[in-house]
Design a protein around this ligand. Structure first.
Ligand code: KIV
Ligand code: ZN
Length: 387
């Protein structure tokens, strides 16, 4: 098992996230997101796939030049041309990283039509080439979770011997389950010579909604890098959501005694910026960053929240960069929430006045999904005028 409890956060919003159909970002938008990621304390930013287009190359090079703290990583397939292009883009960074990959499962091996030995040779050559250019090399056996274990151990060992410093284990199609995710990392740590000298990363997709659980299970088994994206942006059902793994580690530190370098108070702002620039809105009930994640409408919940916020919230809204809990006024709200909301708006009503406003509020709430502050002000001032 690794000695450290520090888990590195590798953000791939600008590479795997941007690969979602329709999520393309402009050059300026990518630079802005990279800066926000850096300020938030992300350890590694995967800024793009330099060989994919001139635009990607330019974005990775520029991000490499201006980023202050994070390592800047570019993606490259397992060939010298991709790797050279990637190096040309990332070499400007204070801490450059080349990330090279090849699909190792039977289905993926069939695509370049390489047999197991030919693929093993290709891995040896390309990782060696990358390592001759850059001290920090990450290697990924794509579709690792559907690769035969013996072959996976063999190629991981080759990549380590060729100089890879991080071995990423992708669940490319979101197929694995938490127990398997943990067992795979444990198996590699146990069977592969030299495995305790490098960092294992986990890279999960969310096709079955298990990406966060799978990533955390991999960490519990010894992975020390989580690959993720803001809002879980990514192809198909997306990637592991950065905000979910980071907040799970923070809130459940009692059972997951790990540390990340993320300033969680910056989460909400970057979530909103990524939603805007990618054009992918965040679902209302999305964990951590959804509009309703810290909102309460029912009377029982609102009353509980007013007495003690821990009754219905396991983290403080301020921890993710929100000002406060949102008590949404609707037909399920009770008298205590109405009194508190009106007090916030500057109205302290006597009991009989509150009763009157409450009756008219319920009537309005039956006709309207949400009762806004202006509606409440109108209800109170109509009440004043009629007295
Ligand atoms: O999901 C995946 O396998 C990838 C690799 C390129 C790491 O994104
Ligand atoms: Zn991926």
């Amino acid at each position: 098992m690794p000695q450290t409890n520090r888990v590195k956060i590798f953000d791939t919003t600008l590479r795997d996230g941007e690969q979602s159909p329709g999520a393309t970002m402009t050059h300026e938008e990518k630079l802005e997101i990279a800066q926000l990621l850096d300020e938030m304390g992300v350890d590694i930013i995967e800024a793009g796939f330099p060989i994919a287009s001139e635009g990607d190359f330019k974005a990775v090079s520029e991000i490499a030049k201006v980023t202050r703290n994070a390592s800047i990583c570019g993606l490259a397939r397992a060939n010298f041309k991709d790797i050279d292009r990637c190096w040309d883009a990332v070499r400007h960074a204070k801490r450059p990283r080349i990330h090279t990959f090849i699909g190792t499962s039977p289905l993926h091996r069939a695509i370049p039509n390489l047999d197991m030995d030919q693929m093993a040779e290709r891995i040896h050559e390309t990782v060696t080439h990358a390592r001759n250019l850059c001290e920090d090399v990450q290697w990924s056996p794509m579709d690792a979770t559907r690769t035969e274990h013996d072959y996976l151990c063999r190629v991981v060992e080759i990549a380590i011997k060729a100089g890879a410093t991080t071995i990423n284990i992708p669940d490319t199609v979101g197929y694995t389950a938490p127990r398997e995710s943990a067992a795979l990392i444990a198996m590699l740590l146990e069977r592969v010579p030299g495995a305790d000298e490098i960092t294992f990363a986990t890279h999960c997709h969310n096709d079955l909604g298990m990406a966060t659980a799978n990533s955390l299970a991999a960490v519990e088994a010894g992975a020390r890098q989580i690959e993720c994206t803001i809002n879980g942006l990514g192809e198909r059902a997306g990637n592991t959501a950065l905000e979910e793994v980071v907040m799970a580690i923070k809130v459940r530190h009692d059972i997951m005694p790990y540390k990340t370098g993320i300033d969680t108070t910056k989460i909400m702002n970057i979530s909103r910026r990524v939603a805007t620039v990618s054009g992918f809105p965040v679902q209302f009930n999305k964990a951590i960053v959804g509009k309703n994640a810290f909102a309460h409408e029912s009377g029982i919940h609102q009353d509980g929240m007013l007495k003690n916020s821990e009754t219905f919230e396991i983290m403080r809204p301020q921890d993710v960069g929100l000002n406060d809990t949102n008590l949404v006024m609707g037909k399920h709200s009770g008298r205590a929430a109405l009194r508190a909301k009106l007090k916030d708006l500057g109205f302290e009503l006597a009991d009989n006045q509150l009763n009157d406003v409450f009756v008219r509020f319920k009537d309005l709430a039956d006709r309207k999904k949400e009762v806004w502050d202006d509606d409440l002000i109108a209800l109170v001032t109509q009440n004043d005028a009629s007295q």
